[in-house]
Design a protein around this ligand. Sequence first.
Ligand code: URA
Ligand code: SF4
Length: 219
Amino acid sequence: PDGARPYVPTRGGLPALRRAAADCRGCPLYENATQTVFGAGPARARLMLVGEQPGDQEDRAGEPFVGPAGRLLRSALGEAGLDGDQACFTNAVKHFKFAPVTEGRKRRIHKAPNLRELAACRPWLAAELRRVNPELVVALGATAGKSLLGGSFKVTESRGALLSLASGADLPLATGDGGDGGRRLLATVHPSAVLRSKDRDEAFAGLVTDLRVASRFLG
Ligand code: URA
Ligand code: SF4
């Protein structure tokens, strides 16, 4: 497997992309996962939220952000004045990566994708971005940030700021003032990090504060 690029159709809309992604063998992650979990939401969403990879429940359902992290994210969106039903949800990596299953455990434990896997799956994210063409992309956590902006991205340095996102064909999409077509990127923490946080209320409030920047930008 040498990345998703050979599997990505150059023509057709999101449904064609989604169908093709179901058969992707661009990296080894398809082998143990149940199915490809492609992006979901309106085809012309103004807001696109990018997570890391599907979790245990998403892997079974075939839909992004249907588990605990997704519920927390939707509630944070609501508090920030954003309508989750009008947003498009996707992930940097489309197959669930998990640690070897230990006996007696129901829920499989997710493992963060590495830079190779991010690079392998990036053509799908780039293709979704081109089709949906959102005004604002929200990177949820370091993995999404790295996929969109490069391996040195750090959430703590960038969260809450409106960055420019160049509309070039290839990701990582460089930030800069020129040629971005007005497209913006906002980074924040991943909802799963809020769930794991010692002070969950404070972490949730931080997520909402960042998302309010998105809400103001979209008006
Ligand atoms: N976490 C993610 O990053 N994406 C999902 O779809 C679910 C949980
Ligand atoms: Fe293809 Fe991405 Fe799945 Fe790897 S993780 S097989 S690149 S869809």
